[in-house]
Design a protein around this ligand. Structure first.
Ligand SMILES: Nc1nc2c(c(=O)[nH]1)N[C@H]1C(S)=C(S)[C@@H](COP(=O)(O)O)O[C@H]1N2
Ligand SMILES: [Mo]
Length: 320
């Protein structure tokens, strides 16, 4: 179909979300008869000369979550053009460019280790495990910038329940996709790949931790971790591992990429904590992308009411 085909064309991604949403409505609203009169590329050029429509798919039937913040959302343009995804380069603007042709379909996530039912999921099966929810979360990078994102996903615990961890499962280890041919820039990043992360089992089961498939009403753009990533809003952003292919339940605390790279700077827990500075900079404040003045950073990124009990009795300076 003519209109469907037009929408498949990849975006130059230079348009703010709001304006291309309007454009999409316009295109969708054009009647078949009208569309028939204007030929494919011609229609797009008429709407916005020289621009192309992006490739994300709208996610339907998404439930609004009561766990969302009502703070204003960071513009889509910032969230998709200021990224950390070292497999596609270490500069913030690089992933948007270099992940453009990253192939995320077909996609398989294997779940195993200390579980009664090890399973391999293709993406569709994984996405159907639980109802998709929109979770508007604050996200705080260890580099002292932050964003507010309407993620789409469901609690990681829905997956955990299905595979039935055994009593040996104390931690959950996650692994990102890695292919040096598809990610040629990765070799200059100075960290080891595949990117790996981990959570304690009780952290992974916490209802705030989500498996994320989308944002802003649509599937994840490649640079934000398509097709499936973790979002753990009370921890520094590097715990929210992207483009996951493997999840294993393990007895011992698993290795994590940033801890391997710089153990004095990044420990396992990585809970957002304004009182514990990074060895090279303060964590007391942060810059919200799109804002001018820095704002104070909150303990557990403001989610302490929900998660502080997970760390009762722990010394957060030692277990940082
Ligand atoms: N595989 C992988 N996952 C990753 C990273 C990475 O380099 N590789 N960077 C992390 C860091 S440091 C942050 S702040 C977030 C950034 O997510 P965003 O680009 O969608 O904002 O992804 C995290 N997940
Ligand atoms: Mo980060």
């Amino acid at each position: 179909m003519l209109i469907g085909k037009s929408l498949d064309i990849r975006s130059s991604e230079i348009t703010p979300k709001s304006s291309y949403m309007k454009r999409r409505k316009f295109i969708a609203g054009a009647s078949a008869a009208t569309a028939g009169l204007i030929v494919g590329r011609g229609l797009l050029e008429l709407v916005h000369p020289g621009e192309r429509v992006h490739a994300q798919t709208k996610l339907s039937g998404v439930i609004k979550s009561s766990l969302s913040t009502d703070e204003s959302q960071t513009p889509y343009k910032d969230v998709t053009h200021y990224n950390n995804f070292y497999e596609f380069g270490t500069a913030k603007e690089e992933p948007a460019e270099k992940a453009k042709n990253f192939k995320t379909s077909p996609w398989t996530v294997s779940v195993g280790g200390a579980v009664k039912k090890p399973l391999k999921y293709d993406l569709d099966a994984l996405m159907k495990l639980a109802p998709l929810e929109e979770r508007i979360y604050r996200h705080r990078c260890v580099e002292a910038w932050s964003i507010v994102v309407p993620w789409i996903g469901f609690p990681l615990n829905a997956l955990i329940k299905q595979v039935e961890p055994t009593s040996n499962a104390k931690f959950v280890a996650f692994q990102s996709f890695y292919d040096p041919h598809e990610m040629p820039t990765a070799r200059y990043a100075g960290i080891a790949f595949p990117y790996v992360e981990g959570l304690r089992l009780d952290e992974a089961i916490h209802p705030l931790a989500i498996l994320c498939f989308g944002m802003y009403g649509e599937t994840l753009p490649n640079q934000d971790g398509a097709p499936v990533r973790l979002v753990v809003p009370w921890k520094y952003g590097f715990k929210s591992i992207k483009s996951i292919v493997k999840i294993s339940f393990v007895e011992k605390q698993p290795p994590t990429t940033w801890n391997l790279a710089a153990p004095n700077e990044y420990w396992f827990y990585s809970n957002v904590n304004p009182a514990v500075d990074h060895p090279r900079w303060s964590q007391a404040k942060e810059r919200r992308l799109g804002e001018f003045f820095r704002r104070p950073t909150l303990l557990f990124n403001g989610y302490g009411g929900q998660v502080a009990q997970l760390y009762a009795g722990m010394d957060l300076r030692k277990d940082f």
